[in-house]
Design a protein around this ligand. Structure first.
Ligand SMILES: NC(=O)c1ccc[n+]([C@@H]2O[C@H](COP(=O)([O-])OP(=O)(O)OC[C@H]3O[C@@H](n4cnc5c(N)ncnc54)[C@H](O)[C@@H]3O)[C@@H](O)[C@H]2O)c1
Length: 482
């Protein structure tokens, strides 16, 4: 039987003369053929990788943020500074990361943004919704993340232009917040229609070719998915009767998808994480991803837990606590909003450690997460982890982590990357849940029949292999037989 063979790149010029097939050699696996000083290795392949068609990233990309608080204003200010050459995009994989292509010996490692056709930062135009009417300039000043003289005043004019549109806001879903810049309509469906109109108007007013909507607003109270979220018809009927199970995050997400605009969810809210929304995304041909940016403590957790498992070290308990003094911390003081956060924060360990597979090591660990609102800290969160582990013969040990971080400084580059990669996905015709963007989320959205992947480095491999696949490059397996 004729075999499809592929040659490693250093052998390409000699392939016709030197390759023999499985059938010719009578061997079942790798076939090595030596001719003079040339060593050729022929390997079976399923298919030669093909570059996927991707629409070019021409024109302006509108970025509509739901919420114009600390994360959004820090991200927007950062982009404006970087565009002007006043800062570096530190923390952004899409801007600073490289990607290995081919064999290690080839030494090919371009910047990701040179491999895949991402929109450039100078093509981004920002808009927002927020119940508080502060411009991006006023918000950046009030949130106190950035230095006024070094990082706000040089771009003040651009930030002052971003005035939030009236929000779909309801205090029943975010209790520790109030604002008057709010839409008023008889039904939730009418509110969604008003958001759709905002999206269309923004696109025309700012001459955008494409748009992305990203939720950077407060964490809503926990709402369990139910029958009203099961299908598009049920969801629309529930919006018509103002069902309490339709929070603002679902209304924005619905509006974006109906307009054919990708939706990214930076919080643990329902938004697109219900069957009706995955159906709608597929129907509308739009990528979705989420939820809850993986920026600080959970980022560390999804690095340390795989390390314990890789070394077969046991876990007795993991106690995580935080002190945080920004508005996000204040909103999370409400136990029902915290409950949403707790679900995404707690979910990662079980999934990584697989107690079912390793009952002796991970069958009985305690996992606790607390967030304490402590105003003096502002956005400078302190996250403590006490990890009780055990090793050879069951002897106990401890790991202590004290991460003195800056919440919005960590989250801003995630927001930028997600906007650029989701727009790429849209132009590449990738539809529905984008699991390759799990890298950025505490609660990756995933198909119902698979477990989400939480290990940061598996997530990174998944992301990079997706980019290779899009560009017709070989997957890197780290087999490295060269
Ligand atoms: N900073 C991080 O590291 C990080 C990590 C993961 C998730 N998050 C999440 O990102 C979100 C934003 O965080 P932040 O620090 O910018 O909070 P923030 O309180 O500074 O900003 C949130 C903004 O959203 C607005 N808002 C609330 N409900 C809204 C609605 N229905 N429509 C429009 N706007 C609305 C608020 O008025 C506020 O301006 C939070 O939900 C937070 O939990 C942040």
């Amino acid at each position: 039987m004729a075999q499809r063979l592929r040659l490693r790149r250093n052998t390409v010029g000699h392939c016709a003369a030197t390759v023999c097939t499985e059938a010719q050699s009578g061997q079942n696996s790798l076939t090595l053929v030596r001719r003079r000083d040339i060593v050729l290795e022929a390997r079976h392949i399923v298919e030669t990788p093909k570059k996927r068609h991707i629409e070019p990233a021409t024109g302006r990309l509108g970025v509509l943020t739901v919420g114009l608080g600390a994360v959004a204003s820090t991200a927007i200010a950062g982009v404006e500074l970087i565009k002007r050459g006043l800062a570096e995009p530190i923390g952004s994989l899409s801007q600073m990361g490289t990607i290995r292509l081919g064999e290690r010996t080839e030494g090919r490692a371009p910047l990701i943004r040179d491999l895949v056709p991402l929109a450039g930062l100078d093509q981004l135009v920002f808009g927002a919704w927020d119940p508080i009417s502060d411009t991006a300039y006023e918000s950046a000043l009030k949130c106190g993340v950035l230095d006024r003289h070094e990082h706000i005043e040089p771009i003040a004019a651009a930030l002052k232009e971003i005035e939030p549109m009236p929000a779909v806001f309801d205090q029943n879903y975010v209790r520790r917040l109030d604002g008057s810049n709010v839409k008023s309509k008889a039904t939730k469906r009418e509110l969604a229609e008003a958001v759709r109109e905002d999206i269309r108007n923004f696109k025309v007013k700012h001459s955008c070719d494409r748009l992305v909507v990203i939720w950077c607003a407060s964490t809503e109270i926990l709402i369990e998915p139910g029958s009203v979220h099961e299908s598009i018809d049920a969801l629309e009927a529930a919006m018509d009767v103002n069902d309490v199970n339709i929070p603002p995050s679902v209304i924005y997400a619905y509006a974006a998808l109906k307009e054919g605009v990708p939706f990214i969810n930076g919080s643990p809210n329902l938004a697109t994480d219900v069957p009706a929304m995955t159906q709608l995304a597929e129907q509308a041909g739009v990528p979705i991803c989420g939820k809850d940016f993986k920026s600080g403590q959970t980022l560390l957790k999804t690095v340390l837990a795989p390390m314990l498992k890789a070394r077969m070290l046991g876990l007795r308990g993991w106690y995580s606590t935080n002190i945080l003094g920004n508005r996000d911390g204040e909103v999370l003081e409400d136990p029902d909003s915290f409950r949403s956060k707790e679900v995404t924060k707690l979910g990662v360990l079980e999934n990584i450690l697989q107690p079912g597979l390793y009952p002796e090591l991970y069958g009985h660990f305690d996992h606790k997460v607390c967030i304490n609102y402590y105003p003096p800290r502002g956005d400078n969160k302190e996250g403590w982890d006490n990890i009780d582990i055990f090793g050879w013969l069951g002897y106990p040990m401890q790991i202590k982590v004290d991460f003195l971080c800056r919440d919005s400084i960590l989250a801003a580059p995630l927001m930028l990357d997600l906007v650029l990669f989701t727009d790429l996905a849209q132009r590449a015709g990738l539809v529905g849940i984008q699991e390759w963007l799990s890298f950025y989320f505490k609660g990756p959205q995933h198909a119902p029949d698979v477990n989400p992947e939480h290990d940061l480095f598996i997530q990174q491999t998944k992301l990079k292999n997706t980019l290779r696949w899009l560009m017709g490059e070989e997957q890197v397996t780290h087999l490295d037989l060269e």
